[in-house]
Design a protein around this ligand. Structure first.
Ligand code: UTP
Length: 309
């Protein structure tokens, strides 16, 4: 029986250029989704799946991330003095959530390069990777199922989502064959961001992976790919088509709610959906949102706000 996986690696060192200027001085993983930074949703998900040892791969502007998961004595004192137990609990939660470690990526040379920076901390055991800007709705199960598949098959497991073919070129795309489990497929090939109209399927790789330690040697040997970056997808392609002993790559097809908060449109959708469903904000927000949405026309009004400089 393999030992259960306990380590989660969260890459959060990307440049976040799609969100400039908000990400000029702050990582995109710190953007608030309602009232919690995106990265806290991701850490909450890791902990809920039993992964209490969290390694964040950080880049420039890492201070905000570290501060968020650190103790803030004066804020706690002020809330204590006011007797505001509810807010105190919110402040303390991110500090107590997990055992959080940090390593710098140095230059942001791609997701594969970021994962490689976890090698020393992870050692010789399987581990999970959760992208820090990718939120999986906590009401839908993904990571627990991926860990289950890993334990059963001792293999590499990635997460797949069916996307509209018109956006397939924005993702890593998998070619697959079925297994006996309806939500599980075997990956026969992977391609990172295929040219528009050439994607071999509409199964996109999303930001959850359960990897075996061999991935590190493969990443070491992976040359820069799309965009001049060391791509995790390329290393996974080598595993999927590699030697039998490596166990291949399996994909869990996720049919739940997922928000790519590094993308502005998806970020807005995440906030609207999550706020609408909240017990505290939902009733008032919905009461405002319904007539607002009903009154929208199909085009931006002539006096609409400037969107692009
Ligand atoms: P993205 O491709 O979405 O990040 O990476 P990006 O490059 O920051 O995005 P844009 O296109 O410039 O807006 C997915 C995840 O991988 C991390 C990111 O922080 C994000 O969580 N990443 C990416 C790294 O940690 N290091 C890298 O070199 C690249």
């Amino acid at each position: 029986m393999p030992r259960p996986i306990t380590k989660a690696v969260i890459p959060a060192a990307g440049m976040g250029t799609r969100f400039l200027p908000a990400t000029k001085a702050m990582p995109k993983e710190m953007l608030p989704v309602v009232d919690m930074p995106a990265i806290q949703y991701v850490v909450e998900e890791a902990v809920a799946a039993g992964l209490h040892d969290v390694l964040m791969i950080t880049g420039r502007n890492k201070t905000a991330l570290e501060n968020h998961f650190d103790k803030v004595g004066e804020l706690e004192q002020a809330l204590l003095a006011k007797g505001d137990a509810e807010k105190l609990e919110k402040v303390r939660r991110s500090t107590d959530l997990a055992d959080v470690h940090y390593v710098r990526q140095g230059d942001p040379l791609g997701l594969g390069h970021a994962v490689l920076r976890a090698r020393m901390h992870v050692g010789d055991e399987p581990f999970a990777v959760l992208l820090g800007d990718d939120i999986i709705d906590s009401r839908d199960v993904l990571l627990a199922r991926m860990l289950e598949v890993q334990a059963q098959r001792n293999t590499t497991v990635i997460a797949l989502l069916e996307v509209d073919p018109s956006v397939a070129h924005q993702y890593g795309i998998a070619t697959v064959e079925p297994t006996d489990d309806p939500d599980l497929v075997r990956i026969t090939s992977l391609v990172e961001k295929p040219a528009p109209g050439t994607a071999p399927s509409n199964l996109a790789v999303i930001g959850r992976y359960v990897l075996r330690p061999e991935i590190f040697d493969i990443l070491e040997a992976t040359p820069p790919g799309k965009g001049g970056e060391i791509q995790l997808t390329d290393a996974l392609q080598a595993l999927a088509t590699g030697p039998e002993w490596a166990g291949g790559v399996y994909g869990v097809v996720f049919r739940g709610r997922r928000y790519d908060t590094g993308d502005r449109l998806d970020y807005l959708k995440a906030i609207v959906q999550l706020a609408s469903d909240r017990d505290d904000l939902g009733p008032d927000f919905r009461a405002w949102l319904k007539p607002f949405a009903a009154g929208l026309s199909d085009t931006v009004p002539a006096d609409g706000m400037l969107t692009e400089p």
